[in-house]
Design a protein around this ligand. Structure first.
Ligand SMILES: Nc1nc2c(ncn2[C@@H]2O[C@H](COP(=O)(O)OP(=O)(O)OP(=O)(O)O)[C@@H](O)[C@H]2O)c(=O)[nH]1
Length: 310
């Protein structure tokens, strides 16, 4: 994806580039923060937990450095196979990074999930910073108490307080990461904002609209795949996507009365996909039942997840 007016130049002389993994409990606000850092939508946001499945990379250029942010799935105590795959992927993302940013939702504070993540991170030997998020929601003295308790459990290089939603504190975070990146050539073209192909981003957008419209009526196991992306002679694209659900009853919910629900989802998704594709998009959505897909290795590969055996 390119932004023709805003393509930054690769600086002369020494360049810096590195990876920053954002980890945290489900719903801590990792996707919202990634989008705020990048200044564009690269990861889907939802009030429903576990919407980020695989690793999403957002690219930010600041102070001569290219920062590759990795948005990981939320970390929690996994039970099902899909859950285990997501948690393994999240820790895998952290393992490869130059710096790990642990996001904590300050409304939750140091609950059991966050304590478990803190302890695991403390023993990981990775360089890390603490990012207290959603500061628009709590009083300052509560923030300091969380920061102190977290710092007593793990050696953070810095503590940041941000609101991913309002953008408060995000600039300082970018400036810090830019300074900390190691000397390296830039790994991606200067005008890219994500390494996800358009087809995958488009599927994520539709999945976001699906959750936004259906709230808690759908399990998070429903998934969207872009099956076709065809450029027409007039420059517009025809995009065909399939929404996969696990049961016939869920299919009826997604379609809605007279097809009303899927039409609304399609309208909202089409608008955003047109924006990222920078052209007119004709979007066709299909809804299919795919039973037990959560046990099918092929689906994991498509989502960029390892299939956990056993
Ligand atoms: N008030 C407030 N809400 C926020 C902030 N950041 C994120 N949120 C909300 O928190 C919810 C979860 O945000 P996400 O960005 O999807 O969280 P996530 O950590 O990526 O979640 P998973 O995909 O489940 O791992 C959404 O409803 C966001 O709008 C913030 O700074 N302030």
């Amino acid at each position: 994806m390119s932004e023709p007016d805003a393509a930054p130049e690769i600086p002369e002389g020494e360049t810096r580039c590195g990876f920053v993994a954002l980890v945290g409990a489900p719903n801590a606000g990792k996707s919202t923060l990634l989008n705020a850092l990048v200044g564009a939508k690269v990861s889907i946001v939802s009030h429903k937990v576990q919407t980020t499945r695989a690793l999403v990379r957002g690219l930010v250029i600041s102070g001569g450095a290219q920062i590759v942010f990795v948005d990981t799935p939320g970390i929690f105590a996994p039970k099902r196979r899909l859950d285990r795959a997501m948690v393994t992927t999240a820790w895998g993302g952290a393992g490869d990074a130059d710096l790990v940013g642990l996001l904590i939702d300050v409304r939750k504070g140091l609950d059991d999930d966050n304590l478990a993540i803190l302890d695991k991170l403390a023993n990981s030997g990775r360089r890390k910073v603490l990012i207290l998020n959603k500061i628009d929601q709590v009083r300052r003295d509560a923030l300091l108490a969380i920061a102190q308790e977290a710092a007593a459990r793990a050696a953070f290089e810095r503590v940041f307080m941000v609101s991913a939603l309002t953008g408060d504190g995000v600039k300082d975070l970018v400036a810090y990461f830019a300074d900390e990146m190691p000397a390296s050539p830039w790994l991606y073209p200067a005008d890219d904002i994500s390494d996800l192909p358009l087809r995958a981003l488009a599927a994520e957008i539709t999945r976001e609209k699906l959750f936004a419209r259906l709230h808690d009526e759908l399990p998070y196991a429903s998934t969207v795949e872009t099956e076709k992306w065809e450029t027409r002679a007039d420059g517009s694209v025809r995009v065909e996507q399939t929404i996969y659900v696990e049961r016939e009853s869920q299919k009826r919910i997604v379609i809605g009365k007279g097809g009303q629900t899927v039409k609304e989802i399609s309208m909202h998704a089409r608008k955003e996909i047109s924006e990222i594709a920078e052209t007119t998009v004709h979007l066709f959505l299909f809804v299919k039942v795919r039973e037990n897909w959560a046990d099918d290795p092929e689906r994991y590969r498509e989502m960029g997840l390892e299939f956990p055996r056993g």
